[in-house]
Ligand binder design. Sequence first.
Ligand code: DSN
Length: 415
Amino acid sequence: MENLKKQDAQVYNAIVKELNRQKDSIELIASENIVSQAVLEAQGSILTNKYAEGYPAKRYYGGCEFVDEIENIAIERLTKLFNVKYGNVQTHSGAQANFSVFYALLNPGDTVMGLDLAHGGHLTHGYNNSVSGKWFKGVNYHVNDEGFIDYDEMERLAKEHKPKLIVSGASAYSRIWDWQRISQIAKSAGAYHIADIAHYAGLIAAGIYPSPIEHADIVTSTNHKTLCGTRGGLIMTNSEELFKKINSAVFPGTQGGPLMHIIAAKAVSLGEALKPKFKEYQKQVLANAKKLAEVLEKNGLKIVTGGTDCHLFLVDLRPIGVKGNEAQKVLEKAGITLNKNGIPNDPEKPAITSGIRIGSPTVTNRGMKEPQMLQIAQAIVRVLKNRNGENIIKEVRSQMLNLCEQFPIYENLKY
Ligand code: DSN
């Protein structure tokens, strides 16, 4: 980044500080990951200069020969990876992917059903503060007292409210979704089933978490999180009719020119996901999440649903008398980054919460395995139980720094 350094020290310095933060902390935010340098290079390329409204071979601008080649590679890799017929790689984010699908299938005022945000759902699944719940009527299904999706309630609500669309998927649900049952519920209510696999995509691609592709009408995802790629959205379907609607809803419906540098980076990361190494990585992501949950539980913390089937889980901190926001803050001081998170039926406000969310994708990407998960989980317990012990926090900070040094990232990145 020599040019950036010379021209704009302010931005350059902030990027360097962020690089060092990423290098030196234990990252447990479940939706984050570390992209390869090849992905960074594609994303930072001259493709950002190109406008290419439309789709390969059907563009509104000239000079699209090479960006067509790139978008076709991304689509081909996406459809191969998820064993699906049609893919759209243009959405700028998961939120854009979901909004495009709503725009393709619904009219303002139509009813949509999604998991309650406070029970692990997502803003874009019909929550009233988002366009998905303001322009459409959002009805929520929930998890039961044990924290598992209440499919009977979902069925009852679908019969009662006759939604036009049911969204499955979540940002804080650690168990396996019964995609088939949701499709049956949707079908009998006359609704579409949209599976948002943003969190589970990498595990699904590797075949260690069930795929909704053969059940749902449309599948949306992000390209980052467990999928390990650049930030961005993805949409897939096996229906030619729905695919046409999706394409028109993305462009010109909800977006203008696609970000060709991002699409190139998506192509690169999807290529990485097709390699055998990716499957090994995903297996370790799952093993690491299970190990973290197991050690925390043994040490007196409560895991929502009692465990995990994926890369993440929620911890109910009430048994040790700590609030989510306090935990996030003190753990960050000790070099462990994660987010406070509401637990189902949380008595605390979203800014406080009674829980934290923990995910294993980033630490696994650094090469860490079960012995390191044991160390990290023990460190979390130690810090949470000694929140005012400055010396203990300092000691853990230095242990975590040491761990980061043993499992470095971006060693060859010259900023
Ligand atoms: N912000 C993402 C997450 O953390 O799960 C979802 O959009």
